[in-house]
Ligand binder design. Sequence first.
Ligand code: CU
Length: 252
Amino acid sequence: MKITTALAALAAPALLTMTAAPALADDHEPVELMTTFGELNDSGGSGEAWAKVDGNEVWMKVEVQGLLDGAPHAQHIHLGGAGQCPDPNMEGTGFEGAIRTTDAIDSYGEVRVSLTGNDADTSEAAALDVANFPAVGTYTYERTFEVPDDVAAELNEGNGVVVIHGVDHNGSGEYDGDQESDLDPSLPSEATDPALCGAFQMGQMSAPGGGVETGGGSTSGLENSGLMAGGALLAVAGAGALALGQRRRDES
Ligand SMILES: [Cu+2]
């Protein structure tokens, strides 16, 4: 991905952040962010994401339902665009007008955090580290990691757009098709096209396990799929029902 522009734009703020960091780290409150995903490219998916940002340390939880099963889903925090998701009806350059990742870069910006598992690199360099992304269609991801100063500063301001990639446009049950990915020509475009998008909002944590009472929701539906070594990722049986239940409780 082209990150030079973003890096140049962020270089000056990053220096300011570094000088201000010590005081900030001592007395500031952790920032809590959340988003509900919107569907892109008729992916069939849904979900939510939560983050808690404490200095350079970020705790992140992502719940996803209904994407293509058995295929890796790259997931990132994007920064530097308009801080928004694209209109899901926008005409893209992909399969039958599908939105490809670069089509909406002005909306959500460039990859700055790769939400990998297995203690893998979380920088933009790991944006397509397909071996360390969830490889099921319904999952819960949770990880705590460090981000660079400029990314921490953005997240502390409530910026950041979470994007989950990987769409089976032609319904073949796998990533295929003639069109090459706009991010990596060795991959089909299906493997990297955006499937879910959510712009972070500041707010109270409502993630299960995120420090706020969720009303006695049961976790008995959780089951370790073993699809990823290290247990960083859980496949969730019946996650749709679980998430719906939580959302209903949150709204009541
Ligand atoms: Cu992304």
